[in-house]
Design a protein around this ligand. Structure first.
Ligand SMILES: [Ca+2]
Ligand SMILES: [Ca+2]
Ligand SMILES: [Ca+2]
Length: 334
């Protein structure tokens, strides 16, 4: 991105990955009286042929940095040129700098980006990584809650006024904001309304009722009186003493707690001609099929316990929505 001729620009929760510049500013360049503010952004694997692998600040221009991560942005310095004095709480993994950097260490992403063949301009084999933070990351709670989103001068909107990270998770968690685009922690967000399991499917899902009525659900989940497992099925911190309807649960992970859906199905569902599809929705109107193959958590001779990831955001025909609801659709396909 080039900022020229008195441009004023602010960036919040933005990831800059795998950009290349022939000359200055791998991800961004500011020159000729331009002022840029970056808050809780992540810059990784950008490169410049000349000055500023991540950012170059040129003639009579300024760059204000709060709570950002800079990792592996080769060039003549990752940050070239002056950085505003009010800047603070940024991480630079290596290289040289000009600017107020608090931490010089590995940010510990879940997975670092990889250009495959070593070249980010060949797109097919690029892997943009997973920029969420591991539980051991030094970026957790290393930011400043009073980062000024418009930098020096007028305007006092702070990062604490921004309620989500790039993935829609709650920000701030654990009282202090993290560095970079992702907030580490347990809470996916206040807006997740989970399926009201007891109401499903008798009155709310005619497409399933079309088949053989609510008995299909009981049948598929192993809940028929004649075909019910009595052995406990277990998952860490959770024991189902019988098969049952879908439920959400939190699974400990490197990024805090991941929200997953859980359901049981009879082990020979394929022979019985049953198909299970996990679906998510933001508005109970458009339902998005999960493409994830369910993970098998436990099984006995009759029933297996499986789960899939609960997504944060959904792409729908009308735009991006938060995933608020889920259901498991059971069909008789033969
Ligand atoms: Ca490539
Ligand atoms: Ca935090
Ligand atoms: Ca300000």
């Amino acid at each position: 991105m080039d900022h020229h001729d008195t441009t004023e620009a602010g960036y919040i929760n933005c990831a800059f990955v795998g950009n290349t510049a022939g000359v200055d500013g791998g991800a961004a360049n500011a020159t000729s009286n331009s002022n840029c503010v970056y808050t809780n952004c992540t810059f990784t694997n950008n490169s410049a042929g000349s000055d500023g692998g991540a950012i170059r600040t040129g003639v009579a221009s300024s760059t204000y940095l709060s709570n950002n991560i800079f990792q592996n942005n080769p060039g003549n310095q990752e940050l070239f040129g002056p950085v505003d004095a009010g800047s603070s709480n940024n991480l630079l993994e290596g290289g040289t700098l000009g600017g107020p950097i608090v931490l010089i260490t590995d940010p510990q992403f879940i997975q670092n980006p990889d250009p495959g063949d070593g070249d980010w301009t060949t797109l097919a084999d690029n892997d943009y990584g997973d920029l969420r933070l591991k539980y051991s990351s030094p970026c957790i709670d290393a930011g400043t809650n009073t980062a000024d989103l418009d930098g020096v001068g007028a305007g006092t909107t702070l990062i604490s006024d921004i309620t989500e990270d790039i993935g829609g998770k709650d920000r701030i968690q654990n009282a202090t904001v993290d560095l970079g685009v992702y907030e580490w922690g347990s809470y996916p967000g206040d807006l997740y309304y989970l399926w009201i399991i007891a109401a499903f499917p008798t009155a709310t899902d005619p497409e399933i009722e079309t088949y053989i009525g609510s008995k299909l659900m009981n049948y598929g989940y192993g809940m028929l009186a004649t075909d019910t497992s009595t052995n406990p099925l277990s998952q860490t911190g959770l024991v189902l003493n019988s098969a049952g309807f879908p439920a959400p649960f939190y699974e400990p992970s490197l990024t805090g707690l991941d929200l997953r859906t859980l359901f049981t199905r009879i082990t020979d569902y394929q022979e019985r001609g049953l198909k299970f599809t996990v679906q998510f929705s933001g508005d109970m109107t458009f339902w998005s099929d999960s493409i994830e193959i369910p993970s098998l958590l436990d099984t006995d001779s009759l029933v297996e316990l499986v789960s899939v990831t609960y997504p944060t955001l959904l792409l729908t025909p009308t735009g991006v929505q938060k995933a608020k609801f889920f259901r498991v659709r059971v069909e008789l396909i033969e």
